[in-house]
Each structure stands twice: as structure tokens, then as C-alpha cells.
Design a protein around this ligand. Sequence first.
Ligand SMILES: Cc1cc2nc3c(=O)[nH]c(=O)nc-3n(C[C@H](O)[C@H](O)[C@H](O)COP(=O)(O)OP(=O)(O)OC[C@H]3O[C@@H](n4cnc5c(N)ncnc54)[C@H](O)[C@@H]3O)c2cc1C
Length: 414
Amino acid sequence: MENFDTIVVGAGPAGSTAAAYLAKAGKNVLLIDKASFPRDKVCGDALSGKTMKVIRELNLVEEIKKLPHASIRGVLFSSPSGHILKVPFVKSDQNREDGVGYCMRRYHTDNMFFNAAKRFGAKTKEKMLLQNLIFENNKVVGIVALDLNTQEKKEFYAPVIIGADGVNSIVAREVLKQDSNLDSYHSCDAIRQYFSSIKGLSDYIEIHFLDSVQPGYFWIFPLENGTANVGLGLVSAELQKKMKNSKTTLISLFQQAIRENKLLKDRFIEAKALGPITGWRLPFGSKKRKVAGNGWVLVGDAASLVDPFSGEGVGNATISAKLAAQTIIQALEAKDFSEQFLAQYEQMLWQELGPELDTSYKMQQIGKIKFLLDRVIYKAATDEKIRETIANSLASEETKKELLNPLFYLKILL
Ligand SMILES: Cc1cc2nc3c(=O)[nH]c(=O)nc-3n(C[C@H](O)[C@H](O)[C@H](O)COP(=O)(O)OP(=O)(O)OC[C@H]3O[C@@H](n4cnc5c(N)ncnc54)[C@H](O)[C@@H]3O)c2cc1C
């Protein structure tokens, strides 16, 4: 039996970031994970501007530069009928390095966050599987975990537990009961495969809106040495409808796009798959979850925070972790771990991410109108002002809201 100020369950970007901020503030924090690091995680491997904000705060930018990565200068969109739009990152985007973003395998990214938490002083235990929480008087006070090396059960105690154990979070399941179930209209199924020798790769990430994948998209995200992460994601409810009516699966949609799509098929003629197709689920933040209670908080995918339009989850995972750590540092000073006190985290979280998640959900709904999506991409490719609005919307939340204004679409249609 060991006691800590805080126990963090799960050492993905959310858990390691929370542990890093707590340890940096001098707190006695335990970070456990069932895996041992470095480990892989199914992802598109793109590090958004929001992720870079936290990476910069933790002084990790130079580490990325030493690890295998691709430098990214913008986004290429294609529409269902094949129009192409290239949007460079704006140089003034403070969340990117002089207009440059990065794609890096999660194998490296997560190891980088995990080592940062260790360097700041977090105690870590790998191959340690959370089995259940320990409750006392309706408060979470500790965890029971299985040491996968020795098969021994261990108990660890802390006045507050952070659930950072991803989309199938045991912490969320225990504290929220059935409220932790994913709503298929507010989650997405996605698969990815690594490739080499795809023709025409550039320093732009590629997002292809396909007829057969709405709401969702096919992506090609460049990586080191001419390799790429290629994948496809579709809102779970839409996938379920397709699977009911035909033999369609995510894999069949993915392979069909590579084989038949007029923009893609020639580019994959010499491409070599570098591993199997693997999949995972993304819990969207368009359906808000309770994220704090007596002696517990949830962060990252365990808190269901993935952007419902872009599918980006690492940024929101790290932002939520930072806000949770800030609240817990205050809770440790006040010696108050009640639901009322920890609700400060919930308030800060929705203040910071709520408006953006709402905007992204509306954009996901607008994107379902194929005709409009086609028209926007076609018009933006030929009209510099519209292109500029889209470029700025990648950097600023305020400009992103312009994309919800009916006038924006009226101008495009007329
Ligand atoms: C196909 C796909 C593509 C994506 N593309 C992108 C992208 O390009 N960019 C982006 O920003 N986001 C992307 N996402 C979303 C992103 O992967 C997640 O939002 C992100 O990983 C969330 O981080 P996290 O730390 O909350 O959870 P995770 O990264 O899932 O980490 C959870 C950790 O908890 C550990 N754990 C789980 N259960 C237990 C247990 N019982 N005991 C101990 N440890 C446990 C796991 O081993 C893991 O290390 C994508 C997701 C998918 C599926």
C-alpha cells in the first residue's frame, strides 16, 4: 500500500501531460499504464497547433526535431467530386512554429510525453493494469491494479485519481456507470495503415472528403522518409447503417478508395503497405460528459473530448490534462477533493473547449451536405478571400465561427 498526492491512470498524451504538470509543481504523483513504453497507439499521427501549445510549454519542441517526423506547411482538401483546395498554415499562427506543424508516429510522441513526466519527477509504473477503483463514503480514494510482471494485485491511495485511460476508460465506467457508453452519433470508427512509395506526397496533410464516407474523411498524413499514415474515419452511426444494408465495412471503404477513387488510385500503384490495417474508436466532445466528482477527474478520451469535425484528440487531451492539474494543485492546497471543488476543472474545460466543440459539430453537420462541400472547396480554390478565411479558421477560433455564418455560404452559392 502506497500513498500519493494524485494517481494518474493511463500514460497517453493526457495522462503523461497531467503527471508532468503536477510533478513540475512539486506534487507526489504516480503515473501507471498497462503498457510499457515506447508503445504504439492507433492514430493519424498529426500534431495540431493546440497540441504544439502544450508541447512548447513543456519545452519539448527541440525533442520533436530530433525524432523521426515530417514538417507540415498546410492542408490539402479534396471534395466528393474531385475539386482540390490547398490551404497553407498562416505564419502568424502562434500555435505553430513559424507556420510549420508536425506529423510524428505516436510511438515517438507518447514516449516523449511519458519521459517528460518522468523527468519532471512523476513516479511511473509500467505494465500496471487498473482493475478497479477503491471507494470510501462515496468518494474515490485509491485504485487496485494488477502488476502484469508478477501477477500481484496492488493497492495505491491518493485523495484524487485522474482517469486518463482512453476511450474504454475503466475509471469513467466506474464513476459514470452507464453514462460512459458511447453514443454512435457522437463517436467515430477509424482505421489506419502505414505506407511507403505513395506518389505525390508533399509537405501538406491531405483530407479527402469522399462520397461514400460522410460525415468523415480519408486522410494521407506524411511522415518521415517518404512514408505516410493513411486512414479513414466515419461517424459510427453512419457506419452501422451502411453495414446493415450491405457488406460494407470500414476496411472495404478504405480499400475501395485506394483502388477506385480518381484522385487516389494512380498515386497508390507502387505504394507498399508497411504493416496491418488497425482501428480504434474516437469519442467526440459533441456529447458532453461529467468530468469531475468526489475524488476523481477525467481527461482526454476518457472524458470524450475528440473534435467532431477534424477527429483531432491529442490537443484536447493535453489541454484537459493541464486544466485538471491546475485544479488539483489548488485542491491539494485547500485539502478539498469534493465534487464542488473539482467542478472548477469542469467549468474551465467547457469554457476553453466548449465553443470550439460546438462549432466543429455544426461544421460536421454542414459537411454532410455534399453539394455545399463541393461548392465551398471549388470556390475557395479559385477565390483568394474565401481561401484566406479557411486558412485563418485553422489558426483562430473566431474565424472558424465565420464558417457557420449563412452569409458565408450565400456568398459562395451566388
Ligand atoms: C485512427 C485514429 C486516428 C486519429 N488521428 C488523430 C490525429 O491525427 N491527431 C490527433 O490529435 N488525434 C487523433 N486521433 C485521436 C487520438 O488518438 C486520441 O484522442 C488520443 O490518443 C487521446 O489521448 P489519451 O491520452 O486520452 O488516450 P490514449 O492515447 O488512448 O492513452 C490511454 C492510455 O491508457 C492506458 N490504459 C488503458 N486502460 C488502462 C488500464 N486499465 N490500466 C492502465 N492503463 C490503461 C493505455 O495503455 C494508454 O497508454 C485519432 C484516433 C484514431 C483512432
